[in-house]
Design a protein around this ligand. Structure first.
Ligand SMILES: Cc1ncc(C[n+]2csc(CCOP(=O)(O)OP(=O)(O)O)c2C)c(N)n1
Ligand SMILES: [Mg+2]
Length: 558
């Protein structure tokens, strides 16, 4: 499986794939080798594409997801079965939250699988893994024919870039080494389905209805959804909001879509989980434009938001609802373009809550015990354009709702799919995507026990994330829903991890002052990771989590 001398103008299929990944914007590939993919990984190692090997495939999947959120394209490479099925969860998240990640899985050679029914790592049939990925990717290809290989590869990559959703390429090890003549010119658009056709009369009718709603409105609000970020539509929507003086909010998932010190930024809208000022204002809005936002239970604080459907415009790439009407066949991008061109004689309320004016949590006295609220209060002024806060689900995420981020995209979370253990590997992805950024990871003790070992990747590649482990002795989020022994975990001495990993700095903090000085010195220490174990009271939680827990408790026990 070496790079044998080639005929003029031919390259191996494996090399063609590498070239196309680079052309699509990837400089790195995250993964774990295995015999079905190792030959191709050796080619990657000899190419300009840098291979970042992680401790576990799921970690590679999460890192590629975070990388893709920053760079617009991420790639994870794994072996068949044992590796492929480990990235099902991370790929599911990338699908759910629209992150353009390409999964490349090695596979048994076509000739091997024809001759032998039982090959290691096979689950049920040779198609089992493909069938799983069909459910969680927007495009799939098994490269089993050299004649069509290049087109298949280009088609999957083009779909991933178009839909901002994951794709899947399965690369049998005897095919990857075959020589092919690459197409003379790559025409990615040739492999895309025809663009969605907007019915002009439906678009016009929808815009006319919104024009009518907005013209009579006094308290319009725009919710900036994640699709605006992914599809590059934020600037036009913000220009529209500024021109008309409409306040904006984000969802948990789209948090930090814009500079949160913007005077029109209200805060994160998550139903009753948000501050009362924000949820009250939005619930009383007489024209709520939810643009590109998935309206999940998380975004509405477990459906605690009381929104009048007649006053809501809900537009996504899947659906356009205006008040009680649904308009079919209107492309989301066409819709946003027309909407943001609207001119309205605005008579809008100018007195709305905005993030910069909301009361800030008190930082507490230095000698007092640290609490989740004082931790966030002390973290807030340390956030800069050079830091990226990455919050794991749990109170790390809920508490971060009111943490003001200053620069667009300096907050990363899986605020909708909410898979625990995302944040540490995501820090690897962010540091790889942009070496000038300093990841600050907020992660619960439970979540850290799932994927915290990916810090060894930081050691290996010289990354220096600051990891703040919120140690509240178990699964607090779950405790607030329903208490039981299932919420307990084995206590770890987290701050000892540098000893195990042979690098890094660990510290346990109990008081507000200890936390501030640990954070200060972590920010000035470069070249190795810092782990700050923040000891918190077992039931201490952010206001947002308390409100969410109550809402969930009511559901579980009703
Ligand atoms: C992979 C995964 N498993 C289980 C859950 C369910 N879950 C949500 S929050 C939570 C507890 C998290 O504990 P920890 O990380 O310590 O954060 P805390 O709630 O204590 O802030 C669990 C188990 C999940 N979201 N993701
Ligand atoms: Mg915990």
């Amino acid at each position: 499986m070496s790079d044998a001398p080639t005929l003029a103008n031919t390259i191996t299929i494996g090399q063609y794939l590498i070239d196309r990944l680079i052309a699509a914007g990837a400089d790195h590939l995250f993964g774990v080798p295995g015999d079905f993919v190792i030959g191709w990984m050796a080619k990657v190692e000899r190419s300009p594409l840098k291979l970042i090997t992680t401790s576990d495939e799921q970690g590679a999947g999460f890192a590629a997801d975070a990388y893709a959120r920053r760079r617009g394209f991420g790639v994870v490479g794994v072996t068949y079965g044992v590796g492929g099925l480990k990235v099902v969860n991370s790929t599911g998240q990338a699908y759910a939250e629209q992150s353009p990640v390409l999964v490349i899985s090695g596979a048994p050679g076509v000739s091997e699988s024809q001759m032998h029914a039982m090959i290691h790592h096979k689950v049920r049939s040779f198609e089992s893994q493909l069938n799983v990925f069909k459910e969680i990717t927007c495009a799939q290809a098994v490269i089993n024919n050299p004649v069509t290989a290049c087109q298949q590869i280009d088609a999957v990559i083009a779909q991933v870039l178009l839909h901002k959703r994951p794709g899947y390429i399965e690369l049998p090890r005897d095919i990857e080494v075959l020589e092919v003549t690459p197409p003379a010119a790559n025409l990615p658009n040739a492999y895309l389905p025809p663009p969605a056709v907007t019915l002009p009369q439906n678009l016009t009718a929808a815009i006319r209805e919104i024009d009518g709603m907005l013209s009579q409105a006094h308290r319009p609000v725009i919710v900036l959804g994640i699709q605006l970020v992914r599809l590059g539509l934020l600037d036009s929507v913000m220009a529209f909001a500024q021109r008309l003086g409409i306040p904006v909010a984000t969802t948990l998932l789209s948090k930090s879509a814009i500079d949160e010190t913007h005077p029109q930024f209200m805060g994160v809208f998550a139903g009753k989980m948000s501050r009362a000022e924000i949820s009250d204002y939005i619930e009383s809005s007489d024209c709520l434009l939810m643009l590109g936002a998935y309206i999940s239970d998380m975004d509405t604080g477990v459906y605690s938001a009381h929104l009048d459907p007649a006053k809501v415009v809900h537009a996504t790439s899947e659906r356009l609802g205006v008040g009680r009407h649904v308009y079919e066949q209107v492309d989301f991008i066409d819709f946003v373009r027309q909407l943001t061109d609207l001119s309205i004689q605005a008579d809008f309320e100018t007195n709305y809550p905005c993030m910069t004016q909301l009361s800030v949590a008190a930082p507490g006295a230095d000698t007092d015990a640290l609490s989740i609220s004082t931790l966030f209060a002390r973290l807030a002024p340390k956030i800069s354009a050079k830091t990226v806060v990455i919050a794991d689900p749990g109170d790390a995420l809920f508490g971060a709702i009111d943490l003001p981020t200053k620069d667009g995209k300096d907050f990363v979370s899986c605020g909708y799919y909410a898979s625990l253990g995302f944040a540490v590997p995501a820090a690897i992805g962010v540091a790889t995507a942009d070496a000038s950024l300093r990841p600050i990871v907020l992660v619960g003790d439970g979540a850290f026990q799932m994927t915290g070992m990916e810090l060894s990747v930081a050691v290996r590649y010289g990354y220096d994330p600051i990891v703040i482990v919120l140690n509240n002795d178990g699964y607090l989020t779950e405790r607030l829903i329903l208490e039981g022994e299932f919420n307990d975990i084995t206590p770890w001495r987290f701050a000892k991890l540098p000893e195990v990993l042979g690098s890094g700095h660990g510290e346990v903090v109990h008081t507000n002052g200890e936390f501030s000085s640990a954070l200060e010195s972590a920010l000035s220490r470069r070249g190795q990771f810092t782990l700050i174990e923040a000891k918190l009271d077992r039931m201490d939680c952010s206001d947002a989590l308390r409100r969410l827990g109550q809402a969930m408790h009511n559901i579980v026990s009703s």
